[in-house]
Design a protein around this ligand. Structure first.
Ligand SMILES: [Ca+2]
Ligand SMILES: [Ca+2]
Ligand SMILES: [Ca+2]
Length: 424
């Protein structure tokens, strides 16, 4: 009789608790994987406190403690604005980490409270609609497998999606960042680095990609941007090739003075104005396609140790090969109709330096050093101007084409074996 009464009372109390307390997130560990799902009340912190032991805290309150999980972590939140912190006070997180914060303006911090931490397999982060932030604050974080950060669409009210990969991050299985309106990459990546911003930007939010001087990308780099303005700066080192497709919109691409591409550079601007500045080093060849637009600008102060090719179509192109610039191989420029202004004042080491203009007014000056090169200048239709201010070329072939063309030579006698025609 007494026993029955106690059980009744206990059951009554439990029902009271259930009616008042609605858990914000649920925690389970099927197949030794920590699963955290729900709609947190505040900052959701998931911490590995000892190898394979996890604590889940929501808004300052522990939801679960000492949950065993040795095979990875899955965190899934919903459509509100979430802040998720993945933390570990012990060196290794075994398995993969997947974080999906749903829609809303979400923030994900991958960090560690103690020494360095290694996520041994994949790190997959998806942040959905809204202006989201993903970063790696705190101490060193290493990821053994692929790191994928997919930030989804942004509204732009908070400046768009922002990914910040600090210099303390070492990503050993490659990196894919999708739809980050602002990306700062200062850490190291081994494997392919892919940056994809092909979805449209929110109004008033240009894309900005900065690869800092501390970044060592061991492998190839690929940047793909869709319509909308984009600025990309490479100040770090890429040991493979760099392929940059900036799409339509007013774009800038800068290989800054600290930037090194050990392979080839393949740049493709879109059908608007592109501003390309190469102050660093490309050890392979460089192909620059400026495409159309109003005015495209290429400024070369750095070094391309292989060949270099520059192509334009339709826009006015300003090409400045400044005195410090070096091209180890041949330099080939093919510009289309448009008022092109070209100054070659650097060094070209190859056997060929050629310029082909189109129907617009081409204004070309050679004042550089290309002692082994045949200098070929075909200006095409239009009233064009060619100025020769340096005699450091092997032979010259200059053709003004149709129109009333002007040739100015202040370099001394034209070298034997040269031809100059169609200048009035
Ligand atoms: Ca969310
Ligand atoms: Ca987003
Ligand atoms: Ca002409």
């Amino acid at each position: 009789m007494k026993r029955s009464k106690t059980r009744q009372r206990a059951r009554f109390c439990l029902e009271q608790l259930e009616s008042r307390w609605v858990p914000s997130v649920s925690v389970s560990n099927p197949n030794d994987v920590l699963n955290v799902t729900g709609d947190p009340n505040g900052v959701l912190t998931v911490t590995q406190t000892a190898p394979g032991l996890w604590t889940v805290n929501d808004n300052g309150t522990d939801v679960a403690i000492d949950i065993t999980a040795n095979s990875g972590v899955n965190i899934t939140t919903q459509g509100g604005d979430d802040t998720v912190i993945l933390n570990s006070t012990t060196p290794d997180i075994t398995g993969s980490v997947q974080i999906n914060t749903g829609n809303g303006d979400d923030t994900v911090h991958i960090q560690n409270a103690g020494g360095a931490v290694t996520i041994q397999n994949l790190l997959l982060i998806t942040t959905g609609n809204g202006d989201d932030t993903v970063d790696f604050p705190g101490g060193a974080v290493t990821v053994g497998g692929l790191t994928s950060i997919n930030m989804g669409p942004a509204l732009g009210l908070l400046g768009g999606d922002f990914a910040n990969i600090q210099a303390t991050a070492t990503l050993q299985g490659g990196l894919v960042v999708s739809e980050a309106n602002t990306l700062n990459l200062a850490g190291d990546v081994t494997g392919q680095t892919t940056i994809n911003n092909s979805a449209p930007n929110p109004a008033g939010v240009p894309n900005s990609i900065t690869i800092a001087s501390t970044a060592l990308l061991t492998g190839n780099l690929s940047i793909t941007d869709g319509a909308g303005d984009e600025a990309a700066t490479l100040g770090g080192t890429v040991t493979g090739n760099a392929t940059v497709f900036q799409g339509d919109g007013a774009n800038t691409f800068t290989l800054s003075g600290t930037g090194v591409i050990r392979g080839a550079l393949n740049y493709n601007g879109g059908n608007n104005d592109d501003t390309v500045s190469l102050a660093g080093i490309v050890r392979g060849s460089a192909t620059v396609n400026l495409r159309s637009g109003s005015t495209n600008t290429l400024t070369m102060d750095g070094r391309v140790l292989g060949t270099m090719s520059v192509t334009g179509s339709g826009a006015a192109n300003n090409l400045n090969f400044n005195a410090a610039s070096v091209i180890g191989g041949n330099l080939t420029m093919n510009l289309s109709t448009g008022a092109n202004l070209v100054g070659i004042n650097g060094t070209v080491g190859g056997s060929s330096l050629s310029y082909t203009g189109g129907g617009g007014v081409d204004n070309v000056t050679f004042g550089g050093t290309a002692g082994g090169a045949r200098l070929t200048v075909n200006l095409g239709a239009g009233n064009d101007i060619f100025a020769l201010t340096s005699n450091k070329y092997a032979t010259l072939s200059a053709d003004g084409g149709s129109g009333t063309d002007t040739f100015t030579n202040t370099s001394g006698p034209i070298h034997a074996g040269s031809t100059v025609k169609n200048f009035e």
